[in-house]
Design a protein around this ligand. Structure first.
Ligand code: AMP
Ligand code: MG
Length: 517
């Protein structure tokens, strides 16, 4: 009985999918267009030479009610490569400004990404579709408008890894490679990434108009984002008699605090937290030289070009607040300085609360602390573990995953032996057990929950590098395929992929990632 039901459900889905129009025939909308041409430039793509559709992500395809199979055709390939523009699409490059490494750049914009439009799915969600790497725009400056295969694979895998980890992010639908030759430090293949997001509007989009004193445009953009992406604000502001723009600022602050708390808890470094790479929806955006921590190292710098360490791992929360402050400044025509300050003042507590809550869950505390003293003890426990990990150069993800799998009362040697200073670790561990004992969750349940927050697999640089090497040298995308599946389910066991669950190999330390992509 059950299996018949399942079969009929599957055939229903399949017929739904096969009866859908080909992708390029879809009805595209483009609400971003309604803002008017001060917000973008219309730009035809410069299609990639001899494109080859090399990977489609089934999980992102589903967001548009497609299966990967139904997109696996030459029409979609030509669409993704910038050759086949659907009739109702008008590709645009958005204009924005931004603080890059602390310095204000009055005009930036999509230099190599085009927004084609958006698709409303069966759940009534809109997904904007961007092609990244399909040619120069008025905002390309010295750039060629291209993206190389290497960085396209990295963004593809990492956006999906973040999604798999439950971290707010833009999504990646497909990769096309091509015979287009692109010069970076050497000749490389030009590729394009099809990426999806509810919106790609950035802090920098607001900075552009504010810096030109175009306060009407700032307001128009704020109204647009509120109407389409924060619709609750209007109701709230009516009910509570609060300035809707202050609520908007507060919402962006809270979403950003949550995103950064996730980054810090999972050990992710973005690498280029310029304000033009900060989404007003609190989504991880514009993957360049990102990196996940191997050993816990607070001052980890993933971007080889970041000589000062402005965007080092530990600085991310502070930089987020700095960026939010630049964002708040753009809204000063819509609120008082006090209103802006009041909204910004919430960031630190919001970040710390989210972060500590995630870290406590990583250690197995799923019930709130009984009292203040216990809460204090828990945060001390977290911080002392981080100190210990840093001193002993312990692998961040591996330690937490091993803790999740162990009987807490007696740490396996596999955990204890990760520390050189075992005596200090034993003391920490005793303290840990004492605190955990106060939490009444049954052991088995706790371990299951811990295994859902401590990933077994993270996208370490060397893994992406293996996939890139196979793709670029052998035109072999099997590793991209394997890693994508793995990263979409990073908490599960994957016996065939066990080799990716351990410490990185020695050669991993030699990989260097810079902004050049
Ligand atoms: P990023 O920090 O990588 O997000 O890029 C900063 C700015 O440079 C953005 O406006 C990009 O569109 C632009 N950009 C980066 N690479 C290129 C390129 N190869 N061609 C044109 N514009 C680019
Ligand atoms: Mg960018």
């Amino acid at each position: 009985m059950l299996s018949t039901q399942k079969d009929s459900l599957q055939s229903h889905n399949a017929s739904n999918i096969s009866s859908k129009p080909l992708f390029y025939e879809l009805e595209f909308s483009n609400r971003f267009h309604s803002l008017g041409n001060d917000f973008f430039s219309v730009q035809e793509p410069d299609g990639l030479e001899n494109p080859e559709l090399v990977h489609i992500n089934p999980s992102a395809a589903q967001l548009l009610d497609y299966s990967a199979d139904s997109l696996n055709n030459s029409k979609f390939c030509y669409f993704a490569a910038g050759h086949l523009i659907p009739e109702n699409c008008q590709p645009v490059a958005a204009i924005y400004a931004g603080h890059q490494f602390g310095h204000f750049v009055p005009q930036l914009g999509d230099g190599r990404a085009l927004l084609l439009g958006e698709i409303k799915n069966s759940a009534a969600q809109y997904w904007e579709i961007q092609l990244k790497g399909v040619g120069a725009t008025p905002y390309s400056r010295q750039g060629d408008g291209r993206a190389v295969l290497r960085s396209t694979i990295r963004e593809y895998l990492c956006s999906e890894a973040m999604y798999g980890l439950g971290i707010p992010t833009t999504r990646a639908l497909a990769i096309v490679n091509s015979q287009e030759k692109v010069w970076r430090e050497q000749l490389e293949s030009g590729a394009a990434l099809v990426r999806l997001s509810p919106s790609f509007i950035r802090f920098g989009s607001f900075e552009l108009f504010a810096s030109r004193s175009q306060t009407d445009k700032v307001q128009q953009l704020a109204d647009f984002v509120i109407q389409h992406y924060y619709p609750d604000i209007l109701k709230q502001s009516n009910n509570k008699q609060i300035n809707p723009y202050q609520l908007f600022l507060s919402s962006v602050i809270e979403k950003t605090a949550l995103m950064i708390a996730h980054w810090q808890a999972v050990g992710f470094a973005h690498g280029v937290m310029n304000t033009d790479n900060m989404s007003v929806l609190g989504l991880t955006l514009d993957y360049g030289p990102f990196g996940f921590l191997d050993t816990y190292q607070r001052d980890f710098i993933c971007n080889h070009s970041d000589h000062q360490g402005r965007y080092s791992f530990q600085k991310q929360p502070g930089i987020a607040l700095w960026n939010l402050t630049r964002f708040a400044e753009t809204l000063l025509s819509l609120m008082t300085i006090d209103e802006a300050k009041q909204a910004l003042a919430a960031f630190e507590a919001q970040f710390t609360d989210h972060y500590l809550s995630l870290m406590e869950q990583k250690l197995g505390f799923f019930q709130s602390a009984g009292n203040n003293e216990e809460a204090q003890e828990r945060s001390t426990l977290v911080l002392s573990l981080l100190n210990l990990m840093e001193k002993n150069q312990v692998d961040y993800s591996l330690l937490f995953r091993r803790l999740s799998g162990s009987i807490i009362a007696e740490p396996r040697p596999a955990i204890r032996d990760m520390f050189l200073d075992r005596e200090t670790f034993d003391n920490w561990h005793q303290h840990y057990i004492r605190l955990l004992d106060k939490d009444s969750l049954p052991e088995r349940q706790r371990r299951e929950k811990m295994n859902r927050i401590n990933p077994k697999y993270i996208l370490r640089n060397y893994m992406a590098q293996i996939a890139i090497d196979k793709a670029t040298h052998d035109n072999d995308y099997s590793e991209v395929d394997k890693l994508l599946k793995l990263m979409l389910n990073p908490f599960d066991e994957h016996p065939q992929m066990e080799h990716y669950a351990g410490l990185p190999p020695d050669w991993a330390t030699e990989i260097s990632v810079s902004c050049s992509s």
